[in-house]
Design a protein around this ligand. Structure first.
Ligand code: COA
Length: 720
C-alpha cells in the first residue's frame, strides 16, 4: 500500500510543530497506508499479472523432506518424517492451514507478501549495515581535486532527478524476464519505492512507509551527509528542478558549512546503524525535542541521501571498497555519515570510493541495479552540464539539520559507535574477479550458468567444510502480482553426490561418471530454479503456513518447532546472482554468524564474486572459500573439457585453452577498469565506467527445448 503525501498544512499538528513520519502515520491512518500491509484485493489483477500460485500441500512437504534428508542425521530425519506425516494427516492441521491460505490467496493480490516482508526484514532486529543492507560498488573514480568529487555528486543527483521524472510519469518500460522462461512481463512495483519509502524502526517490528506521488507538485529535497552532518538540499519546486550548475554551487556551500568545526553536531546517523530495537528507542528519545522531530521529518521525507565521504585512508581495491560501502569504515571514518533507514544512499568518497547503500525491505537488488545502471549510463552519455541554464534559483540555500541531544543520546551514540566498530573488525570480505572463463563457456556446455555457479559454490563449501549446508539462492517471483523472491535450495542431493565425487580423492569415480554427476546436479538445480520462479518453491509456502497458524492464534505446529525446521532456515550459504551490464558489483554480508554471503555477477568471459563472512566465527574464512571456489571452477572446466575430448576424439587438444579465457588472450586486460593516464579536468567528473560492448552481450543461440517443455509442464500444474 502506498502512503499519500500530506499537504504542508496537514503536516503541522495542533501543537504547531511539524509532525514526523510516524506521528503523521498515526494521525492519518485512513489516508496513510503502510507498505508492509497489503491492500485487501478482490479478483482484479495488478498490472495484468497473474497472482502468485499456492503450491499443493503434498508437493511442498515432499520437497521439504527431499531437501532436508541429506542435511540431517538419520535420527533427525526420522523424527522430521514423522512430524511431517502428522502435519499432513487427512483432516489434520496442515489441511486446515492450507485451506485458510487458499482463502488468503483468493482475497489478496499476493498471499505471502506480508508474511514474507515481516519475516525477511521488518521483524529482524539486527543492525542494517552488513546484516541486511546490500551495496553496489561503482568503479573507483580518480578525483584529482576536492571539487571533482562534488562535480561527480552534482552529476549523479542530476541523473537521480531525471530518473525520478521517469518514475513520476510512470514512463519506465515494463521489465521482461530474461534467462530461464524469458519474455514474461515482471511486476514493476518495487521501482516506485526507490525514492519514496522509508523504514521506520519499531520496538518489535519496523514499518515500511512510502509517500504516494501526488497530482499536486510538491517540493522535493535530498539530504546531503558530509562529515556526519546532515543538510537539506531542495532540488525540485513546481516541477522545476535545480540544474547541475546550481547543484554544484549548493554542494560546495554544504562542504564549507560541514567544515566549520564550531557548528558541528554529534554524528546522529550512527544511531541508525544500531540494532533496530535500540534505534527505535533512541529515536523516541530524539522525538521528545521538536528540533529533532523536524530534522527527522526532513530525512524521512527526502528522495535519497548523498553521502560525501572523507577519504578513508585505506588502499582502495574491490575488497576494501566493498567493506567501506557496507559499514562506512566505522566511527573513525564515514560510519556516521549515513542514514540506514533510507532506501537509497549514494556514496561519493573524496578518494573515489563510490557506490550505493540500499535499505533492502523496499526492493530487490535487480531493481537497484536497473536504477544505478541508468544513472551511470546517464553520467557517461550526458556530459556534465555545468553551463548556466534556467534553474529554480529561488530555491532556498542548503541548511544544516539541527539536533538537540540530551546526555542520554550521547550514551546511546557511544554504544552504537562501539557496535559498529565491532562490525568493522568482524567483517571478513573477499571480492574476486574470476577471469578464467565466464557464462559463455558454461552456455557452450549446454548448461545454465546460474546452476553451474551454484554447484561450484556447493563444491567450494564442501571443500572447505566437508559437509553440505542449508543454502539460499534468491529467485525472483516478479512474474506475479507484488512478487518479490522465493528461495532456491541449492544444496540438492545431486549436488552433494557431485561434490563428494570431486573431493574424495578416490580414483574409483572416473571422469565420465563425475561429468554425469555434474550434469545431474545442474539439472536438479535448474529444475528447482524453474519451480521457484514459477511460484512453486517451498520456503514461501512453509512461511505462509506458519504465519497463518500464528494469525489464527494456534499453538505453533510441531513441524515448525522441529530441529530440521531450524536447520533448514539457518542459511549458512546465502547466495544471490546480481548481474550488471556496467562494470560494478553488488556485495552483502552473511545472514548467520557462521555463514557466508556469496554474491556473484556472471559476465560473458568472467565472473565477479563477492564473498563475506565474520572473523569472529572460527569456522569461516572468506579467502579460503574464494580459493576453493576458484579451484572448483577450474576443476569443473577441466572436467567439461576432458569429457568433451573423450566423447569427441576429433577435437584438437589446444581447444582446452581456447574454450576458456586465459591471460594470453590479447583482450583480457580490457576487462579490468584501467586507470586513465591522461585525463582532462572535465573527464574526471565523468564516471569511469565500462559498458559491455554489443559483442559481449550477444545472445548465443540456445538449445533449451527440454527445459522449456518442463517449464510448460510445471506451469500446467505438474511438478517434474
Ligand atoms: N544452455 C545454454 N544456455 C543456457 C542454458 C543451457 N542449458 N540454460 C540457460 N542458458 C542461458 C539463458 O538463456 C541465459 O541467456 P542470456 O544471458 O542470453 O539471457 C543465460 O544462460 C543465463 O541463464 P541462467 O544462468 O539459467 O540464469 P537466469 O538468468 O535464468 O537466472 C536466477 C536464474 C534464479 C538468478 C533468476 O531467475 C532470478 O531469479 N534472478 C533474480 C535474483 C535476485 O533476485 N537477485 C537479487 C537478490 S537481492
Amino acid at each position: 500500500m502506498i502512503r499519500p503525501k500530506c499537504s504542508s498544512a496537514q503536516r503541522v499538528s495542533s501543537r504547531g510543530v511539524q509532525l514526523s513520519l510516524s506521528e503523521r502515520l498515526l494521525l492519518c491512518t485512513a489516508n496513510m497506508p503502510v507498505l508492509d500491509q497489503e491492500p485487501s484485493k478482490g479478483s482484479g489483477s495488478r498490472d495484468g499479472l497473474p497472482k502468485l500460485p499456492l503450491p499443493a500441500l503434498k508437493d511442498t512437504l515432499d520437497m521439504y523432506l527431499r531437501c532436508m534428508k541429506h542435511l540431517l542425521t538419520e535420527e533427525q530425519f526420522n523424527k522430521t518424517q514423522h512430524v511431517v506425516e502428522q502435519f499432513r494427516a487427512p483432516g489434520g492441521v496442515g489441511e486446515l492451514l492450507q485451506s485458510k491460505l487458499m482463502e488468503k490467496r483468493d482475497n489478496k493480490a499476493n498471499w505471502v507478501y506480508d508474511y514474507w516482508l515481516n519475516d525477511m526484514y521488518l521483524n529482524n532486529r539486527l543492525a542494517l549495515p552488513v546484516n541486511s543492507s546490500p551495496v553496489m560498488v561503482f568503479p573507483q573514480q580518480h578525483f584529482k581535486a576536492p571539487i571533482d568529487s562534488l562535480r561527480f555528486a552534482a552529476h549523479l543527483i542530476s541523473g537521480v532527478l531525471e530518473y525520478k521524472t521517469l518514475l513520476d510519469s510512470r514512463s519506465l518500460p515494463v521489465d521482461c524476464a530474461r534467462g530461464q522462461l524469458a519474455g514474461t512481463p515482471l511486476c514493476m512495483e518495487q521501482y516506485y519505492r526507490l525514492f519514496t519509502s522509508y523504514r521506520l524502526p519499531g520496538p518489535e517490528r519496523d514499518t515500511l512507509v512510502a509517500q504516494e506521488s501526488s497530482v499536486m507538485p510538491e517540493p522535493e529535497h535530498i539530504i546531503v551527509a558530509c562529515k556526519n552532518q546532515f543538510f537539506v538540499l531542495d532540488v525540485v519546486i513546481n516541477f522545476r528542478r535545480l540544474n547541475e550548475r546550481d547543484l554544484l554551487t549548493h554542494l560546495e556551500k554544504i562542504a564549507r558549512m560541514a567544515d566549520s568545526e564550531e557548528e558541528r553536531l554529534p554524528p546522529i546517523g550512527l544511531l541508525t546503524s544500531d540494532g533496530r530495537t535500540e534505534w527505535a528507542e533512541s529515536r523516541s528519545v530524539l522525538m521528545r525535542e521538536s528540533t529533532n522531530r523536524d530534522s527527522l521529518d526532513m530525512i524521512e521525507r527526502c528522495l535519497c541521501l548523498v553521502c560525501l565521504d572523507d577519504a578513508s585512508g585505506l588502499e582502495l581495491n574491490d575488497t576494501t571498497q566493498a567493506m567501506l560501502m557496507l559499514h562506512g569504515g566505522g566511527v573513525a571514518k564515514n560510519g556516521g555519515n549515513r542514514w540506514y533507514d533510507k532506501p537509497m544512499q549514494f556514496v561519493v568518497g573524496a578518494d573515489g570510493c563510490c557506490g550505493v547503500v540500499c535499505e533492502h525491505s523496499a526492493f530487490e537488488g535487480i531493481v537497484l541495479v536497473q536504477c544505478t545502471e541508468y544513472l551511470l549510463k546517464y553520467m557517461i552519455g550526458s556530459p556534465s552540464k555545468l553551463v548556466r541554464a534556467a534553474s529554480v534559483s529561488e530555491l532556498p540555500a542548503p541548511r544544516r539539520l539541527r539536533w538537540k541531544c540530551p546526555p542520554e543520546i550521547h550514551k546511546l551514540l557511544a554504544s552504537a559507535a562501539d557496535k559498529l566498530q565491532r562490525q568493522v573488525k568482524n567483517l571478513d570480505m573477499n571480492v574476486h574477479k574470476f577471469y578464467d572463463y565466464g557464462k559463455e563457456f558454461i552456455k557452450k556446455q549446454k548448461m545454465s550458468p546460474d546452476a553451474y555457479i551454484q554447484v561450484a559454490l556447493q563444491l567450494a563449501y564442501y571443500r572447505c567444510h566437508g559437509r553440505p549446508v542449508s543454502t539460499y539462492e534468491s529467485a525472483s517471483i516478479r512474474r506475479f502480482q507484488r512478487g518479490r523472491v522465493d528461495n532456491i535450495r541449492s544444496a540438492t542431493p545431486e549436488a552433494l553426490a557431485f561434490v563428494k565425487a570431486m573431493t574424495d580423492g578416490k580414483p574409483s569415480t572416473n571422469d565420465t561418471e563425475k561429468m554425469e554427476m555434474l550434469q545431474s546436479a545442474i539439472t536438479a538445480q535448474t529444475k528447482y530454479t524453474i519451480l521457484a520462479i514459477t511460484g512453486m518453491a517451498i520456503d514461501n509456502h512453509l512461511l505462509g503456513l506458519r504465519g497463518i497458524a500464528h494469525e489464527l492464534k494456534m499453538e505453533k505446529p510441531e513441524i515448525f518447532k522441529d530441529e530440521a525446521h531450524l536447520i533448514s532456515n539457518q542459511f549458512i550459504l546465502s547466495t544471490s546472482q546480481v548481474p550488471t551490464t556496467v562494470e560494478m558489483f553488488c556485495s552483502y554480508g552473511p545472514v548467520v554468524p557462521n555463514g557466508y554471503g556469496a554474491c556473484y555477477n556472471p559476465q560473458s568471459d568472467h565472473i565477479i564474486f563477492s564473498v563475506s563472512s565474520f572473523h569472529e566465527s572460527s569456522q569461516t574464512c572468506s579467502t579460503e572459500f574464494v580459493n576453493s571456489l576458484v579451484q572448483g571452477l577450474q576443476d569443473m572446466r577441466d572436467l567439461c573439457n576432458k569429457c568433451k575430448f573423450s566423447s569427441d576424439p576429433k577435437q584438437p587438444r589446444q581447444s582446452q585453452t581456447l574454450e576458456t579465457h586465459t591471460q594470453t588472450d590479447p583482450n583480457w586486460q580490457n576487462k579490468t577498469p584501467q586507470r586513465p593516464t591522461d585525463m582532462t579536468k572535465n573527464q574526471q567528473t565523468l564516471p569511469q565506467v565500462l559498458l559491455k560492448t554489443p559483442d559481449q552481450t550477444k545472445v548465443e543461440a540456445q538449445t533449451q527445448t527440454s527445459l522449456q517443455e518442463e517449464a510448460q509442464a510445471l506451469k500446467n500444474g505438474g511438478k517434474s
